[in-house]
Write a protein that binds this ligand. Sequence first.
Ligand SMILES: [Zn+2]
Length: 396
Amino acid sequence: MSKYIKYCRKCVIPETKPDLHIDEFGVCNACRSFGDRHRVDWKNRERELVEILEKYQSKNGENWDCIIPVSGGKDSHYQTIRILEFGMNPLCVTSTTCHLSKIGRKNIESIKNLGVDYIEVSPNKLIRRKLNRIGLKYIGDISWPEHVSIFTIPVRVAVQYNVPLIIWGENSQNEYGGPAADAANRVLTRRWLEEFGGLLGLRVSDLIGMEDIKKKHLIPYTYPRDEELKRVGVTGIFLGYYIPWDGYSNALIAQGHGFNTYQTTIEGSCVNYENLDNHQTGIHDYFKYLKFGFGRATDIACLHIRRGRISRQDGLNLVKIHDGKFPWTYLGKPIEEILKSLDITLDEFIKICDRFTNKKLFKCDSQGKLLKDKWGNLFKINNDNVEQELQYSIEG
Ligand SMILES: [Zn+2]
């Protein structure tokens, strides 16, 4: 990295995002890959999808046709609605989130009301809190157990109930950027699971012995063995590869089927229709900001810029107002309460924050101490490409 943070010229994503590449024209690979979407033959993709669904549909109606991992969010509503429209009989599976909100529970009930069989797997809460605390303290990721279990639990259920086809939503590599080779990766292999769905800085086996955690406590976070996956023939597809995918229209479609949005813009975000289920999400997103200099508002602004709904300047304004604010509350719950269940005080939390902050991205005083405003918010060294900032100041 140079002295300043470089941003994509089309969207507002910084080069510090892991696996992101900004090319010689100043455009990121996520924007490039989105630009390629107009070449996609969606009719043909849908035919491919129908072929796959027919192949896996239970011929005698004795078992479910597929598994849909659902959180209750806008995307899981959309997945379920569309898969039902294709005439499939899915088993929806939820891996209970870390600190479930009231609106999150309501939206899970709304999924059930779409007319599906449904299973919720709720890992041991005492162990989960330990894992949240370990994740936060050791790798700066409170949501580590969440991100592992949303992949492991549906795969375990697939094995348990002998249902080979898992229908995931979006392959995040397609829209959020990532290694080029994975942008077209649509089959969920075990290797894929481990690479993208699982390790995330900590291995499950590393946890044994920490805070009295034993192997038996980690069943929900462990993939089935290869023989079991082979016996059932577990595979998976990303629906976003086969049918057009847009978070905002997914939210509108979901609302037509009972999905609830939040009453106001969500803290750290710039919308009210996503990440509604887990009170710890604000902390998770804040750490992304501390490590990489961008938060949820940047992600969402980029999605809307790429789809031409707002200009880059509009996106910058949203980011400036919402991104990377200290997470005093999330979905209305004060941070002290969120931390209390993890046995972490606010002071300890702030020390953990400082430890994981990339000081190259934020302003420090002459002693190298991070500068903060009276609300505890940091100052990024630059909020847009530097040559453009100069231009604005000349114009202004
Ligand atoms: Zn971009």
